[in-house]
Design a binder for this molecule. Structure first.
Ligand SMILES: [Zn+2]
Length: 216
């Protein structure tokens, strides 16, 4: 499904330093070193990719959605957005975005919120919060370290009243975002397993994560 689009003349699928296939509904994490660029690809389209960022040297410094929105004066993230930490530092910079619609207000799905939104019968369904807790536990972190995240490719229009709704995603197969690291970053992803709202087109699908060195 990958439709490789070169955002740098020196980059290709042959000179990646990391190339990961992430199955539908699965968690994932990797280290992105300062200067490297990571591409997060929605390989089949309409797939929410819940994402968190931690300073690889000190996990207590991590993504802050409030500071990121406040610093850029906008509710959505796209090319040019600086990913700001809870200590006010730039962690990564978004350098490409072929989709144009990503959320950082609606948070991650959980078994508890599923129960409230969709009924108690959904409690057993796998959720992003479980994915995040499983993945950060590999690094000695726990529930309290899972903070409000970015939902790449999730379409959440915010009304003038502040009301938010999760609606059909607009991403096509192969759409991607790229972020260049301003510090060594632990990237943590939940490939969202939600099947009760349209954030994954009611059909969670695999994604791909690629990393290039600074010179590429
Ligand atoms: Zn989710």
């Amino acid at each position: 499904m990958t439709k490789f689009a070169a955002t740098s003349a020196a980059r290709s699928l042959e000179n990646t330093v990391q190339d990961h296939y992430i199955p539908a509904e699965a968690p994932f994490s990797t280290l992105v070193k300062k200067g490297q660029t990571v591409r997060i690809e929605d390989s089949y389209g309409q797939q929410a990719i819940d994402t968190l960022f931690y300073n690889a040297e000190d996990y207590s410094e991590r993504y802050s959605n409030q500071d990121t929105m406040r610093e850029q004066g906008a509710a959505y993230v796209s090319t040019g957005t600086k990913i700001i930490s809870n200590e006010g530092r730039v962690m990564m910079t978004m350098t490409a975005d072929s989709c144009g619609r990503h959320d950082t207000s609606a948070g991650a799905c959980s078994c508890e919120s599923n129960t409230v939104r969709f009924g108690h019968a959904t409690k057993y369904l796998h959720a992003c919060r479980d994915n995040f807790v499983l993945e950060v536990s590999k690094y000695g972190m726990g529930k309290r370290d899972v903070v409000p995240n970015i939902n790449f490719f999730m379409n959440v229009p915010i009304a003038p009243t502040g009301e938010m709704t999760i609606v059909d995603g607009i991403s096509s197969p192969g759409d991607y975002v790229e972020l260049t690291a301003d510090m060594d970053v632990l990237l943590v992803i939940s490939n969202c397993p939600q099947i009760n709202n349209p954030c994954n087109g009611f059909d969670p699908t695999p994604i791909r994560v690629l990393v290039w060195d600074a010179e590429a």
